[in-house]
Design a protein around this ligand. Structure first.
Ligand SMILES: C[S@@+](CC[C@H](N)C(=O)[O-])C[C@H]1O[C@@H](n2cnc3c(N)ncnc32)[C@H](O)[C@@H]1O
Length: 222
């Protein structure tokens, strides 16, 4: 699955099992299942990410799914977005140690970086929030016709059913539940895909984004 990046994936697994645990970023009980449950389960997301696009991994934590995705997809430009300093420090170290030049770490909450982050083609997320709340944070970060890909468990269908109206208000024009990693991970990973139309986040967010971008430009000029 990791091809030429396999040594780097091994190094990442070691970092998670060592510093990841001692710094409280990942539970010690996760160590025996790091590969199946974390690295591989996240890397298979690659199947549904288009070639050469920009990606923002919202609530990346210790780098999941962003780092495994970056390992298998050097063609992507990936931002790992995470509010907690302890976690962004770890992410920055991982990025440097693994030489992931196509990955940038940004500290912040999704709803606070609107306007300072360039809108992306794809937002990814795992275990960050229920779908409707996650969409409220992630969808406004998308560019027109971008998509959010949320790794979800057994609740995916139910969550999507209950979030359809919230998604539609955010400008989502198409949504579905996908299975990825057939024959690679067992069971396959479940992904909720939500594609936006022309105004990601809806009109309210378009105005908010424009205001934030203006404020950011003024701040930079000073
Ligand atoms: C349960 S952890 C999951 C981490 C990682 N995605 C994973 O699957 O292991 C949730 C992460 O979301 C981050 N988070 C929570 N609210 C957020 C927000 N509004 N914007 C960005 N990240 C957020 C937290 O700091 C935390 O690192």
């Amino acid at each position: 699955m990791f091809g030429d990046s396999f040594p780097a994936a091994v190094r990442y697994a070691e970092l998670l099992a060592d510093a990841g645990v001692t710094r409280g970023l990942i539970g010690p009980r996760e160590v025996p299942r790091l590969w199946e449950r974390h690295l591989m389960n996240c890397a298979v997301l690659s199947e549904v990410v288009p070639e050469g696009v920009s990606v923002c991994d919202v609530g990346s934590g210790a780098g999941l799914p962003g780092i495994p995705l970056a390992l298998v997809r050097p063609d992507l430009r990936i931002t790992l977005l995470e509010p907690l300093l302890r976690r962004t420090n770890f992410l920055q170290e991982v990025v440097e140690l693994l030489g992931l030049d196509h990955v940038t770490v940004v500290r912040g909450r999704a709803e606070e970086v609107l306007g300072s982050l360039q809108p992306v083609h794809v937002v990814t997320a795992r275990a960050v929030a229920p779908l409707d709340r996650l969409a409220g944070w992630g969808v406004p970060l998308l560019r027109p016709y971008g998509e959010m890909l949320a790794l979800k468990g057994d609740t995916a269908e139910e969550e999507l059913k209950n979030s359809r109206s919230a998604l539609s208000k955010l400008g989502v024009i198409d949504s579905s539940v996908l299975r990825v990693g057939e024959g690679l991970v067992d069971p396959p990973a479940t992904v909720v895909r939500a594609e936006v139309g022309e105004s990601p986040g809806g009109v309210r967010f378009a105005t908010k984004r424009a205001k934030a971008a203006r404020a950011d430009r003024v701040r930079r000029r000073r």
